[in-house]
Design a protein around this ligand. Structure first.
Ligand code: UD1
Length: 421
């Protein structure tokens, strides 16, 4: 199912439900590693390739993993392995989330360095620096991080950048540390709040001060627990943009509107029409969006994970828009693909200059990464004629049944096999 074909130009209509958040599910699944005997039950876990990779990783470490519909049960025995297999870490960078909890539970962990990826360099130096401050000894040998500590010690840690992954790894490490850990300048993404809720159900006292400060009181033993994964704000926004770009009228339900304020504010500025009710957003047709400019930033700023999809929408807006990427260095690879469809986008350093065109035309294009793939799907839905998107393998990492959900909204979308690169 590596190729998607879209017959564009159909205004979408109907209702679509948001999946559980990929970026919340991955860290909360890793949190099960804090248990020494017992089960962590998670509801609303999306059925995605990245979630399967995390299940595989936990399974390889010795966790008994089972899924029943959207509930995942993670049953952790007292003794588990401490080395993360290289092929899984290479497949998914979020495998590095195993480092903090593995080290905290067993006093040692080995994790191959994740390496770069197509959206830019993605070091884990902030994760490692925080662990060292908590008393871990860290050595990197032959591309593998070896971490050891008798028992981590609670500390005051200031993150040089509000990294999502570093905040999560350190919160999990702190859960079993001796004493209190205060992490400052943390990421404030809703997914961090979800991880805090999971750690609380596991008996770990956590206070979040809402301004980028998290206080965690380490416990001797984590307890079994149960929690629900929050709705996926990036998926919800992608469908909202699909409605806007096709001039359709769709309702996206199971959303937390407060989580998607950054997009809604920009859409309002661009002249989109929508209504927000509890847990639902409905978009209404408008003639054409107007250009807007934006810069991606850590939450509550405009999410980098929505930058390609928003750029696709602005490719059709009246006037010139500027989109500046400040989180990752190389997140504009998809612009050339949109230009193949008739968009007029120029990249200057970390800014895309988008000269809005009146229409896009279907073409054969390639998804260079997950959100790039989503942007091409949006472009294909609004283009005239057929769009053929290769390398859908990236899209399956983050969008559950996107073909079925789009067909449910009236889109003409089909899948075919294609060579995996
Ligand atoms: C998470 C999300 C990803 C999203 C990103 C930013 C998951 C599984 N993935 O990724 O979808 O795009 O947040 O919202 O939740 N950095 C360092 N050193 C570090 C860590 C990060 O320099 O130790 C830099 C990165 O290179 C990047 C920036 O910080 O430029 C943001 O990275 P980070 O917030 O850590 O993103 P991830 O947790 O990898």
């Amino acid at each position: 199912m590596n190729v998607m074909r879209i017959q564009g130009g159909i205004p979408l209509r109907g209702t679509v439900r948001t999946q559980g958040a990929k970026n919340a599910a991955l860290p909360v699944m890793a949190a099960c590693l804090l248990l020494k005997g017992g089960t962590l039950a998670l509801d609303n876990v999306p059925d995605l390739c990245d979630v399967s990779t995390m299940m595989e990783l936990l399974g390889a470490l010795g966790v008994e993993v089972s899924r029943e519909e959207d509930r995942v049960l993670l049953n952790v025995p007292e003794d588990i392995a401490w080395e993360a297999p290289e092929h899984l870490v290479r497949k998914m960078r979020a495998s590095s989330l195993a480092l903090g909890p593995l080290l905290a539970r067993g006093g040692r962990a080995a994790l191959p360095l994740p390496g770069g990826c197509s959206i830019g360099s993605r070091p884990i130096d902030l994760h490692l620096k925080g662990l060292v401050q908590m008393g871990a000894k860290i050595e990197i040998r032959n591309g593998v991080v070896h971490a050891a500590a008798d028992r981590l010690r609670g500390r005051r840690i200031y993150l040089d950048f509000p990294s999502v992954g570093a905040t999560e790894n350190l919160m999990m490490a702190a859960a079993l540390a001796r004493g209190e850990t205060i992490i400052e300048n943390t990421a404030r993404e809703p997914e961090i709040e979800n991880l805090a809720a999971v750690l609380r159900t596991m008996g770990v006292p956590i206070e979040m001060e809402g301004t980028g400060c998290v206080r965690i009181k380490g416990v001797d033993e984590a307890q079994p627990g149960r929690e629900r994964v929050i709705p996926d704000r990036i998926e919800a926004c992608t469908y909202i943009l699909a409605g806007v770009m096709t001039g359709g009228e769709i309702t996206v339900c199971d959303v937390v509107p407060a989580h998607i304020d950054a997009l809604l504010a920009k859409l309002e500025e661009a002249g989109a029409r929508f209504s927000v009710r509890k847990g639902e957003v409905t978009v209404f047709p408008v003639e054409r969006l107007q250009s807007v400019s934006l810069k991606t930033m850590p939450y509550p700023g405009f999410p980098t994970d929505l930058q390609p999809q928003m750029t696709a929408a602005l490719a059709l807006a009246g006037g010139v828009s500027m989109v500046e990427e400040s989180v990752f260095q190389a997140r504009f690879l998809y612009a050339e693909e949109l230009n193949r469809m008739g968009a007029d986008i120029r990249i200057k350093g970390d800014t895309a200059i988008i000269n809005g065109v009146r229409r896009l035309d279907g073409a054969s294009v390639r998804a260079t990464d997950l959100r790039a793939g989503a942007a091409l799907i949006l472009a294909g839905l609004s283009a005239s004629g057929e769009t053929r998107i290769e390398d859908m393998v990236h899209v399956w990492r983050g969008y559950e049944a996107i073909d079925r959900k789009l067909r449910g909204l009236g889109a003409s979308v089909s899948l075919e096999e294609g060579a995996e690169r």
